[in-house]
Ligand binder design. Structure first.
Ligand code: F6R
Length: 615
């Protein structure tokens, strides 16, 4: 979704803003722009397309910031179109009279506001909801209000979600930022302060951050920041230090972030497990889980809610939790859960899973469940994100920053956390035999090395995958815990290669998808040696009987599977709990290889956004 960066300080912000926007590219965008104050006037450069185009525009020697009393201000934006197609006129910043504004979110009452402003004689130039906000603020300024007061009055009129950054010719040493429903953070520097949609934009400049809450606005100046709520009351905020480094958000020599992040999975799993496993590997320490044994005993049902890849991780979570804790689980996509009047109450636990911690539907589902009295737990990768802050407790996936739009290491880290959680609760409730738990924990501890072993087969997997980049349709099939991986494999391929791929429970094949199978259809079959193995083999035979091309992913040494399939990719055989993680690596590499061969924009696929902060 849209990315915002803003600056007030003692340096020309032109390239600080540009570099900040570069770090937010992963959010997905289709146009970009920057506004500065030059000799007391607002100057804007914006364009449709990628940041390279904006960079070319910024090279204009006549476009630069000038200070007033050694203070520069500027705002920048990457736009992910919601209202109005991607174009220069719809790109941000939007200027209205003496102010310029950037916006992330959706203004639900923009058309009423637009009509009212036009009636007053204002002329709007774009098709966006964002320009309406700029004009609304300017309207208050025209009535004689200060910049701060005008922003304050304007936000009272807005319905929907919005983060804003506003600069003004009349107040050239101030930037006003607003957060309501979409993320915005404040970076605190020395003689300079920043705003951004996310931490990576500001890591080269500061490690000190203030996390804004909804309905807060901040008056940002070079040497101070004053945060107020929407009632005008000043709020004291804590500065938090972050331990991410700029190197963590580099490509580290890989061609794409996605490939780097696929290779970072062993490390992500190590970080997620370490300090949570006892020395003799029979106990887990989940300090972040604030539910006591008594609380856990009282849980009637667990609801697992998330979006996209995190939803597939939640499907795995259901298998694991039901098996080990015997607590009934229900899984839902957040956009359905939040609107379906869910039967959740105070005897239930909601587990939301989110890499970013900012997904609008997941956040709304969390709020809905809290409203109904449920206990809430988040599995999340980003500390201090909205979901982290609002859930009763959070178990972190320590995957490090995930920049590639297609989620990889966050997914396997989520599966790792579900393993830890299910084993832990199973042990606490005495529903998982200790000996069994020890085997599971042992396999989790060995998991990073096992994942490394799968990654070593990268070349062979690539050789197989690249044969299929011209195919039209792919099927992914699996049963039991392999079913969510079939869904995830299909989603990965769809997202980054724009090819049609469908994931199915293999048992559903006869109820429709088999009609797609012919000699031109690659079918990726996940067939680990588990209790479903024989049934999956029957499905494989049915596909072969219809001349489908079978790429099987199964356990090392499975000669039967290898013989029956056209192509065979093997992973080490481990306990059923970690098999989904091992099967994930080949499906990620298959999607990556096919997209690479097709030449798509792997890290920022068209139309997609990393952090979906609007519903
Ligand atoms: C797929 C992908 C998305 C996200 C989904 C939820 O590769 O990345 O499907 O999984 O948008 O995002 P988070 O986990 O940030 O809530």
């Amino acid at each position: 979704m849209c990315g915002i960066v803003g600056y007030v300080g003692n340096r020309d912000p032109k390239f600080i803003l540009y570099e900040g926007l570069k770090k937010l590219e992963y959010r997905g965008y289709d146009s970009a722009g920057i506004a500065l104050l030059q000799e007391g006037e607002i100057r804007i450069k914006r364009c449709e397309g990628k940041l390279d185009q904006l960079k070319a525009a910024l090279e204009d020697p006549h476009f630069y910031g000038t200070p007033l009393d050694e203070t520069y201000v500027g705002i920048g934006h990457t736009r992910w179109a919601t209202h109005g197609r991607p174009s220069e006129k719809n790109a941000h910043p939007h200027q209205a009279g003496s102010i310029a504004l950037v916006h992330n979110g959706i203004i639900e009452n923009y058309s009423e506001l637009r009509q009212a402003l036009e009636k007053k004689g204002h002329v709007l130039h774009s098709d966006t909801d964002s320009e309406v906000v700029a004009v609304c603020i300017f309207d208050f300024i025209s009535q004689g209000h200060s910049l701060e007061r005008s922003v304050f009055l304007a936000v009272q009129e807005l319905l929907g979600s919005f983060s804003l950054g506003v600069i003004s010719q009349k107040d050239p040493q101030t930037l006003i930022a607003v957060r309501n429903g979409t993320p915005l953070i404040l970076g605190v520097g020395v003689q300079e302060n920043f705003i951004a949609s996310d931490v990576p934009a500001l890591l080269p400049y500061t490690k000190n951050f203030i996390y804004l809450e909804d309905e807060e606005m901040v008056i940002v100046q070079k040497n101070r920041c004053v945060v107020k709520n929407f009632k005008g009351k000043e709020i004291q905020k804590q500065i938090k230090k972050i331990n991410w480094t700029p190197e963590m958000i580099d490509k580290g020599g890989y061609q794409h972030y996605m490939l780097k992040e696929i290779h970072e999975q062993p490390q992500a799993i190590i970080q997620t497990i370490q300090d949570r496993v006892s020395k003799d590997r029979d106990t887990l320490y989940l300090k972040d889980l604030t539910l006591s044994e008594n609380d856990l005993r009282k849980i009637r049902k667990i609801f697992l809610v998330a979006c996209g890849t995190a939803y597939y991780a939640s499907m795995e979570g259901k298998y694991l939790l039901e098996k080990m804790t015997k607590i009934p689980c229900e899984v839902d996509v957040a956009s359905e859960f939040r609107y379906r009047d869910p039967l959740i109450g105070k005897e239930d636990l909601l587990i939301v899973t989110s890499q970013s911690g900012e997904t609008a539907d997941t956040l709304a589902a969390l709020r809905e469940a809290k409203k109904r009295g449920a206990r809430t737990l988040a599995i999340c990768n980003v500390k201090e994100s909205s979901i982290d802050r609002e859930a009763d407790s959070t178990i972190y996936t320590y995957a490090g920053p995930e920049i590639g739009v297609a989620s990889t290491k966050a997914f396997t880290a989520q599966l790792t956390v579900f393993n830890l959680l299910a084993i832990h609760i199973g042990l606490v409730l005495g529903r998982l035999p200790k000996e069994k738990a020890k085997v599971y924990i042992q396999d989790l501890v060995r998991l990073p090395i096992t994942v490394e072993e799968v990654l070593k087969q990268e070349k062979e997997i690539q050789k197989i995958a690249q044969k299929f980049y011209r195919k039209k349709t792919f099927l992914y099939l699996g049963r039991g815990t392999s079913y969510p991986i079939a869904l995830e494999g299909a989603l990965k391929l769809k997202e980054i290669s724009y090819m049609n791929a469908e994931g199915y429970a293999a048992g559903e094949m006869k109820h429709g998808p088999i009609a797609l199978v012919d000699e031109d259809t690659p079918v990726i079959i996940l067939a680990p040696k588990d209790e479903h193995y024989d049934k999956v083999i029957s499905n494989l035979e049915e596909i072969k009987a219809r001349e489908g091309i079978v790429i099987a992913i199964g356990c090392e040494g499975d000669t039967k599977l290898s013989k029956l399939s056209d192509y065979f990719i093997s992973v080490p055989q481990r306990s059923e709990n970690v098999m989904p993680i091992l099967l994930t690596i080949p499906v990620q590499l298959i999607a990556y290889t096919i997209a690479l061969k097709k030449g798509t924009d792997i890290d920022q696929p068209r139309n997609l956004a990393k952090s979906v902060t609007v519903e």
